[in-house]
Design a protein. Structure first.
Length: 260
């Protein structure tokens, strides 16, 4: 079954849940709840990537995420960490995080690939042309994203990153409009043809606003997209609400079981 990465933002300014879990004890408790609801990984993030968000230093990011990572690992929760910073990646891996989820795909920090090559962790590389509000021009968005992810993969190989540890993410909502997001989702097979697992991160994003004006009202649409992504072969989906997505994936799996 498609993996579920549960979003756990320990930030004051994330777009749909900023400030909810700035207390480490509350964040750890929430992470355990997400695991118990069916998350395969709890993805801890200490810096908001919403449009217009202020960047923070790696030291501040680490101060936010490290106690949460340690607490979740101690509780037996599988943890990924959403970071663009090599220094954070190194520290959280030492604390027991099993996956680094880099929304910049290694483009933000020139040390990231060197650090990842020396760590025994999974590495999720997202397509990125800059912060989420960066304007970008595409010809064929799917072809362009595929070409740019292929270049990232080639650079990883130069640094000696084990390709068996790499997952690719098309970067829905990052320098892409609604139509481009839907094109990427409809043609996931073209991205998968690169030979790497694909992660889809559609949860509560603006292109789902026709099915929920407020971000937290978009969980139903997110679950449907998750099931469709699973049907298209996605390795994983990254979501805020685990329970609704778990149910949708179970229905999709039963559907596929009927075919068999």
């Amino acid at each position: 079954m498609t993996h579920i990465l549960a979003i756990l933002n320990v930030t004051p300014d994330s777009f749909s849940d900023g400030g909810d879990l700035v207390d480490s004890a509350a964040a750890i408790a929430r992470g355990i709840e997400l695991r118990d609801a069916g998350a395969d990984l709890v993805d801890v993030g200490g810096e908001s990537t919403r449009p217009g968000a202020q960047s923070i230093s790696p030291a501040e990011e680490l101060e936010r995420v490290l106690p949460v990572v340690r607490g979740l690992v101690d509780a037996g929760v599988a943890v990924s960490v959403d970071t663009m910073n090599a220094s954070t990646a190194s520290e959280v891996a030492a604390a027991g995080a099993s996956v680094i989820n880099d929304v910049s795909g290694g483009l933000h920090d020139p040390e990231m690939y060197r650090v990842i090559a020396g760590l025994d962790v999974g590495y999720i590389a997202m397509h990125w042309r800059g912060p989420s509000d960066t304007e970008a021009v595409y010809g064929d968005v799917v072809a362009d994203v595929r070409t740019e992810l292929k270049a990232r993969v080639a650079e990883m190989a130069v640094w000696g990153i084990d390709p068996e540890r790499v997952v690719l993410d098309p970067g829905l909502g990052f320098s892409k409009d609604a139509e481009q997001n839907w094109q990427l989702l409809a043609r996931l097979d073209e991205l998968a043809s690169l030979g790497f697992p694909i992660l889809v991160g559609a949860s509560r994003k603006r292109f789902l606003s026709p099915w929920g004006a407020k971000a937290k009202a978009r969980d139903e649409a997110t679950a449907i997209v998750s099931a469709l992504a699973a049907a298209s072969g996605a390795w994983g989906v990254r979501v805020h609400d685990v329970a609704s997505t778990r149910r949708a994936l179970e229905v999709q799996a039963a559907w596929e079981g009927g075919r068999a």
